[in-house]
Design a protein around this ligand. Sequence first.
Ligand code: NAG
Ligand code: NAG
Length: 317
Amino acid sequence: MLNWILFYFYFYFYYMMAAMAAIVATVGPAMAGVTAPNSYTPLPGPLWNSLHLMDTVYQSTKANFPPLPFLSINIMKIDAAAAAVQACHDKTIRFGLLSSIKAVENRSDEVMAQETEEEEVEENLNVSQIKQHLFAALQGINRGIFGVPSAKKSEIQNLVELLESQNPTPEPTLCLEKVAGAWKLIYSTISILGSKRTKLGLRDFINLGDFIQTINVDQGKAVNVIEFSARGLTLLSGQLTIDASFKIVSNSRVEISYQKSVITPDQLMNVFRKNYDLLLQIFNPDGWLEITYVDDALRIGRDDKGNIFILERIEIC
Ligand SMILES: *[C@@H]1O[C@H](CO)[C@@H](O)[C@H](O)[C@H]1NC(C)=O
Ligand SMILES: *[C@@H]1O[C@H](CO)[C@@H](O)[C@H](O)[C@H]1NC(C)=O
């Protein structure tokens, strides 16, 4: 039964897509001056809906999500799009489409019930269980530095919020020894995408290594070391070192000030010289940092730009 529903759904869905494509091809040139692809400028109702639907489908396929549950959430949009092409189709097709929509609506209820259940389970997790989920979610995404699918991003954000709600150190700046020492970045929402990534050579010949932060509480200093290696005639490794000072501004917040930075060795500096500003712009720690979770092994921070950072304590010999 479900197979048939899916079959019909997909059949009419692709049929509809073809119709949409025809509409877009016809009115496309007229629209070109009106809206840019991602700028959600309101267009005449049905047209906007169908465009938005295509965009949604495209985004979801791109991120490798199972398309059906996702589509079911967008049922209102399918409905509107169906109305737009209604005039061109016979009754059988309309009937088929609408009953598929109903079936998907039912499925959507199921999916939502399931999700609610999952959320309830999550609320009962203890810290070590949440961490397990978090570490699993962070597998294979290279700290998020080159972007992550939005579903993954919100999964991580949910787990971060769960941990923050069980923070054993709500006033971390009153016991800074919890924060002192060396930490390795395992996730951040800072990402290097598009032309920035190309300019920095991070698509091909340069690899981004570990990002280590060492905090010296007595001196009020934080040293960030970002390791790089460049593949050329010989393998060249080095690092960008950024020195910063910090001062306590509340029970959970520090104000961080950039002091100086250097790339070593010189050969690596030469590689980055013309994009040095860009590099600093990405990794500059200036601004405040709220320490929202810290225990013996894990630290989470949020900065004034809305970024999240997750770091793991390491030992430096
Ligand atoms: C959807 O669910 C309702 C009851 O929850 C049921 O009566 C109806 O037949 C279902 N529709 C489809 C198309 O499965
Ligand atoms: C967390 O829960 C799991 C399973 O219920 C249990 O085995 C574990 O000991 C708990 N850990 C802590 C730190 O409470």
